[in-house]
Write a protein that binds this ligand. Sequence first.
Ligand code: ADP
Length: 219
Amino acid sequence: MKSVILIAPPAAGKGTMASMLSKTFNMPHISTGDLLRNEMSNQTSLGLKIKDDMEKGNLVSDEIITELLINRLTKPDCENGYILDGYPRNVEQAYIYEDILDKLDKEIGVVIFLDIDKATALYRMSGRIVCATCGASYNLNNVELQPKVEGICDDCKSPLNKRSDDNVDTFNNRFDTYINKTSSLINYYQEQGVLERISIDASSTANSTFEAVKKILKR
Ligand code: ADP
C-alpha cells in the first residue's frame, strides 16, 4: 500500500488515525514526536538536547529529526509503506524528505490533511492521556477513546499520564508553530497533487474520520 503522511494542527488526532491505520493495514506508525519522547525517556544525550524545545512546543532542529527519521525508515518493516505522523513539519523538512525518498527509492504516497479549528483541537488536547511505554493515546473527552480500565493502557498495561507539553501555554505555542511553519505544507502538497483534505469538527468521531481516511486510501 501507499505510504501516508498525516498533517494537522497539534492534538487533531493524527496519532489516533495513524494507530488505527497501522493496525488495520499492518504498516508501521512512525511518529517523530514519539521518536523524540523516546530519546528523552531514555535520557540519551540527544534526549537532553531536545528537552527544552519539546517542553516549550518549539520545533526540534531539522538535523536531529533527519537523523532519527533515516534510522527509522531504513528498518525492514518500512519496506512496503508506513504512516508518518508529525513529519514533515515545515517546508525545509519536505525538501529533505524528498531527498531521503530519492535515496531510498521510495514514493511519497498520499498526504492527508486533517482540517480542525483551534478550539476543537484544544478540547481534544485537554482530554488526552498517553502511555509513556508504548506511545498509545487515549482521550477522556471522547467515549470511543477511553481506556478499558481507568488510568491503564489497554495494550501494555502501563500507567497513563498527561504529556508534559499538553498544557494550554504550550498548546498555544504549538498551534502558532503549526500556523507559521507547518500550514504552508498544505499548498505545497496540493500543488504536487498528492493532498487530500478531511474536515473535522466537534461532532467528528475517531471512527467517522477513519472511514473518511480509508475511503481516500481505497481510491
Ligand atoms: P502534536 O502533534 O500533538 O503537537 P507530536 O507528538 O507530533 O505532538 O510532537 C510533539 C513535539 O515534538 C513538537 O511540539 C516538537 O517539539 C517535536 N516534533 C515532533 N515532530 C517534529 C518534527 N518533524 N520536526 C521538529 N520537531 C518535531
